[in-house]
Design a protein. Structure first.
Length: 333
């Protein structure tokens, strides 16, 4: 499917879904601001899989994860008035830091709603990027209600972590850069939580490498995207217990899901033990620190379940934000 056909097909499913054109426009907006992260290779990985693997290293992105791309793009798209009033996000993870940092760079005030028991390091990092942190008790308070109240009182724009067209388009720029750098691929593996990175990557892949097979990868304990993808409607699950904290989402988005259904080939799962093996592989062999969620895509490529033999394979490493002490614990365990 060429880019135009893709766009027509997506628009017919749901008007307002982003297309590759939006990814290309996002790439222009973030150019010179987001890092064009390196593409790494590993002979050990190639020997182990029998394929040729290309790792897009978003652990080196600003604020340590691909989320900066979508956050920056979404804020850049706001009207001057909305920029002046500011934005609000709720997250304890990489999206919060990305919004705070992207807001700071564009002179846009940000309010981040975080749980009282969020790691001190993450709260400090968010404040360090200039975000105003509002803490809430996640056992007794509803963060969405707090977000709505703040946005009404102060006219803030809520930017969700994945279910938003400008966020999806921004996330797609990582895969766009990968294809521009290495050319067409046979397969692409993408870490999957709510599906923003996967949907954006799929838009880029279908336009730039139409034959490429696209696989989302999520934790075995929280396979809601796989269940949703295979059943054809969004399945909600309880909060899964997994070390992949960036993929503990309990359901995929209403905008990410139709893109996944239209463009993705399958959703695969990996175990926490495979994530730990992959973290160790990245440290020992490639000398890089990757957070558990960022290992999902590589864990699938390195362990089956689809063979990479004789294939050119893209792997999006999504982030590198892991607390050193937690990392030591994973490696010791
Ligand atoms: C948010 C995040 C994901 C999941 O991204 P979605 O767009 O929600 O699917 C994967 N890896 C890391 C490091 C993340 O921060």
């Amino acid at each position: 499917m060429n880019a135009q056909a893709q766009q027509d097909a997506l628009r017919s499913i749901l008007p307002g879904l982003p297309t590759y054109e939006d990814v290309a426009a996002a790439a222009q907006r973030i150019e010179g601001i987001a890092h064009r992260t390196p593409v790494l290779t590993s002979r050990t990985a190639d020997e182990r899989t029998g394929g040729r693997l290309f790792f897009k290293a978003e652990n080196f992105q600003r604020a340590g994860a691909f989320k900066f791309r979508g956050a920056y793009n979404a804020i850049a798209r706001l009207s001057p008035g909305a920029k002046k009033r500011g934005v609000v996000a709720f997250s304890s993870g990489n999206h919060a830091q990305a919004i705070a940092y992207a807001g700071q760079l564009q002179g846009v005030p940000t309010v981040i709603i975080m749980p009282q028991d969020a790691p001190a390091m993450k709260v400090a990092a968010t404040k360090g990027y200039g975000g105003e942190v509002v803490l809430y008790d996640r056992y007794t308070e509803d963060r969405e209600a707090i977000g709505r109240k703040l946005s009404e009182e102060r006219g803030l724009t809520l930017i969700p972590p994945y279910d938003h067209e400008d966020v999806i388009a921004g996330q797609g720029t990582a895969a766009k850069e990968l294809f521009e750098e290495v050319g067409p691929l046979d397969m692409l593996f993408v870490c999957t939580g709510g599906g923003g990175l996967l949907a954006g990557s799929a838009l880029a892949a279908r336009a730039l490498s139409p034959e490429c097979r696209i696989y989302g990868v999520e934790p075995e304990a929280g396979n809601d995207a796989q269940q949703s993808f295979r059943s054809g409607s969004i399945v909600k699950i309880p909060v899964p217990s997994t070390i992949a904290d960036g993929a503990q989402t309990t359901y995929v988005g209403s905008k990410t899901f139709p893109i996944m259904r239209a463009l993705v080939d399958d959703i695969l799962t990996v175990s926490d033990a495979q994530l730990i093996d992959t973290m160790r592989f990245f440290i020992e062999r490639m000398k890089i620190v990757v957070e558990p969620t960022g290992c999902l895509s590589a864990a699938a490529a390195l362990n089956g379940p689809v063979s990479c033999k004789n294939k050119r394979v893209g792997i999006i490493i999504s982030g590198g934000n892991v607390d050193p002490q937690a990392l030591a614990g994973f490696l010791a365990g």
